[in-house]
Design a protein around this ligand. Structure first.
Ligand code: PRP
Ligand code: URA
Length: 208
């Protein structure tokens, strides 16, 4: 069974508070999404496998360690785009595969419109990047796509989750670990997370 991790890091809580503020403008909002993603990546990658390697410093030899395998970063368009850059900077050897989904605001069901996966998986671990886990439909559909493609190990990294979304992703994909900055109270009647931060895509891109 996958686990659910809600970050307890003070820096994450601080930045998330500014992110939620309705007065925060798109430029600052994007910076915060990037910074929170870097901090969360630290927690998500805690169990990555290492290979021991010798390294020669200017002072002599020592034992070092390098990541054993490349990672696949899977941003879900649009809102997941803002999470990629910072995480990629931490792991520049990663591959990035974009999945385009939008939520039909009437049915709240995800609609796939873009998929840029290579022919077969080339990495052991895929990290799905999407800031909002609301009904869980988009995250579950993304994991469905990755599993059909052959991905073996998948983690989900988001910023705010509703309990309903966590439950839905857990039921659909019990093997997927979920990492978020905060678990909020609930979904409202139109499927938005409360208190949440509003529409993560619109707030990043200045639309809506
Ligand atoms: C948002 C968000 C998730 C989805 C979450 O995307 O980025 O992908 O909603 O909702 P769910 O858990 O109920 O599926 P949205 O559909 O607004 O598209 P956008 O990122 O292009 O704005
Ligand atoms: N998508 C968002 O951007 N925000 C929500 O609260 C729910 C879905």
């Amino acid at each position: 069974m996958g686990n659910v991790y809600e970050s307890q890091h003070p820096l994450v809580k601080h930045k998330l508070t500014i992110l939620r503020n309705k007065e925060t403008k798109p430029k600052k909002f994007r910076e915060l999404i990037r910074e929170i993603s870097i901090l969360l990546a630290y927690e998500v990658t805690e169990d990555l496998a290492l290979t021991a390697v010798p390294v020669e410093t200017p002072m002599g030899m020592t034992q070092g360690a390098l990541l054993q395998e490349p990672i696949g970063l899977v941003p879900v368009l649009r809102a997941g785009l803002g999470m990629v850059e910072g995480v990629w900077e931490m792991m520049p050897g990663s591959e990035v595969w974009h999945i385009g989904l939008f939520r039909d605001e009437r049915t709240l069901k995800p609609v796939e419109y873009y998929n840029k996966l290579p022919v077969s998986p080339t990495v052991q671990l895929c990290i799905v990047l999407d800031p909002m886990l609301a009904t869980g439909g988009s995250a579950s559909a993304t994991v469905d796509i990755l599993k059909r493609w052959g991905a073996k190990r998948i983690k989900y990294m988001g910023i705010i989750a509703a309990p309903e979304g966590i439950n839905a992703l857990h039921v659909a994909h019990p093997d997927v670990d979920i990492f978020v900055a905060a678990i909020d109270e609930r979904l409202n009647e139109i499927g938005y997370i409360v208190p949440g931060l509003g529409d993560a895509g619109d707030r990043q891109f200045g639309t809506g």
